[in-house]
Design a protein around this ligand. Structure first.
Ligand SMILES: *Cc1c(COP(=O)(O)O)cnc(C)c1O
Length: 392
């Protein structure tokens, strides 16, 4: 076997395990709440984590454990724990790691619901939260030096694909003893390895690219074993666990992650370059473009630039409302990371809760469209965009 297996080989073969009872290649779906024991001593040893095994599926289940092991392996992490949604992963991580008068540093372009944890929820519990301008690395470093227990980052961000230097910022966090958490949903473990760049924990909304088919909600946190253990303890008590059936579907999805990301990356880069040349398009946001302000950092820390791009068309929001329904392949919907192309304006997706003024202040132009590129043939997507732009 090669020393550095490729991403598709890793997606297919990591954690392979033929079931000893059935000889099945596919990890079986154990859709089962409780596990029975024949004597109290063994049962107690398992319950006290002194022996391997499962007791009750809110705590652990063989199918969800198989999913956790696979994500940890893909991320190069020691350990992982899974959740019913991406937000359950984010929220549980923050509540497990932070308490009154502790300090968290994050960025303004974090996922909407995540941002509101720092802006509204955590401050109610006495956590001091500092939200910095996303691309201002100096300001983030100053905030870290002023005292930081958890540094929470996301790269690339939604919807303008801003890029953060993960190695630089996690090094600054390490200096003050802070834990660095990176939401790697947009990049996936195929395109970016935050653990190798210095992060202590990596979070995914498994709903997006890890699932890839728009039929499962899920979340996962992986990284340092002691921290994952702490988060798992919190999840055990609060209960937002991933169910076995969802884990089974996610395990199926992960086998094609390398293959899907290769196509998402290729399609997105080709369409970004195509859109940049169109006269009806004001600006394209994609970290793979040389014109993107974060391109140099992205080239250093990413293996591919991902399946999401956004672009601004001339004519503002009125033009957007005419343009989007003309697209034949793209669904107008709120998800991303699916095999189907999905589009939407930030005004109805990521930034729906903000006023027009707040969106402008956040640097989200009225004519912006988030285009989550699917795995269709790129020439078809190009022709579709061409005819829709021609109608403007
Ligand atoms: C969607 C998303 C989440 C939240 O995930 P859910 O599964 O919808 O709860 C968190 N972070 C990012 C970057 C996302 O895109």
């Amino acid at each position: 076997m090669r020393q550095n297996e490729g991403p598709s080989t890793r997606s297919v073969h990591l954690c392979r395990c033929v079931d000893p009872n059935t000889r099945a290649i596919v990890p079986p779906l154990i859709e089962n709440v409780a596990f029975a024991y024949e004597d109290i001593a063994t049962w107690r040893a398992v319950a006290l984590h002194q022996a391997p095994g499962d007791i009750y599926s809110r705590n652990s289940n063989p199918t969800t454990s198989a999913f956790e092991e696979k994500v940890a392996a893909l991320e190069g992490a020691e350990s992982a724990t899974s959740f019913a949604t991406g937000m359950a992963a984010v929220s549980t991580t923050l509540f497990a790691l932070l308490g009154p008068s502790q300090r968290a540093v994050s960025v303004r372009d974090a996922y909407g619901a995540t941002y509101l944890h720092f802006a509204q929820i955590l401050p109610r519990f006495g956590v001091i939260c500092e939200v910095c301008e996303t691309e201002d690395h100096e300001a983030i470093e100053v905030a870290i030096e002023q005292g930081c227990d958890v540094l929470y980052l996301e790269s690339p961000t939604n919807p303008t694909l801003k890029v953060l230097d993960l190695a630089r910022l996690s090094a600054a966090a390490k200096k003050v003893g802070a834990i660095t958490v990176v939401d790697n949903t947009f990049a996936t473990p195929i395109n970016q390895s935050p653990v190798a760049l210095g992060a202590d924990l990596v979070i995914h909304s498994a709903t997006k690219f890890l699932c890839g088919h728009g039929d499962v909600l899920g979340g996962v946190v992986c990284g340092r074993k002691d921290l994952v253990e702490k988060i798992y303890r919190h999840r055990e008590l609060t209960g937002p666990s991933l169910d076995a059936h969802s884990a089974f579907l996610l395990l199926r999805s992960l086998k094609t992650l390398g293959l899907r990301m290769e196509r998402h990356n290729e399609n997105a880069l080709a369409l970004a370059r195509f859109l940049e040349k169109q006269s009806q398009v004001e600006r394209v946001y994609y970290p793979g473009l040389e014109s993107h302000p974060g391109h140099e950092i992205a080239r250093r820390q990413m293996h591919g630039f991902g399946g999401v791009l956004s672009f601004e068309i001339k004519g503002g929001f009125e033009a957007v409302t005419r343009f989007l329904p003309r697209l034949r392949y793209a669904y107008m919907a709120a998800n991303l990371g699916q095999v189907e192309t999905i589009v939407g304006p930030p005004a109805t997706t990521s930034h729906v809760e903000l006023t027009d003024e707040e969106r402008a202040a956040a640097g989200v132009p009225e004519g912006l469209i988030r285009y989550a590129v699917g795995i269709e043939d790129v020439e078809d997507l190009k022709a579709d965009l061409e005819q829709a732009l021609a109608g403007l």
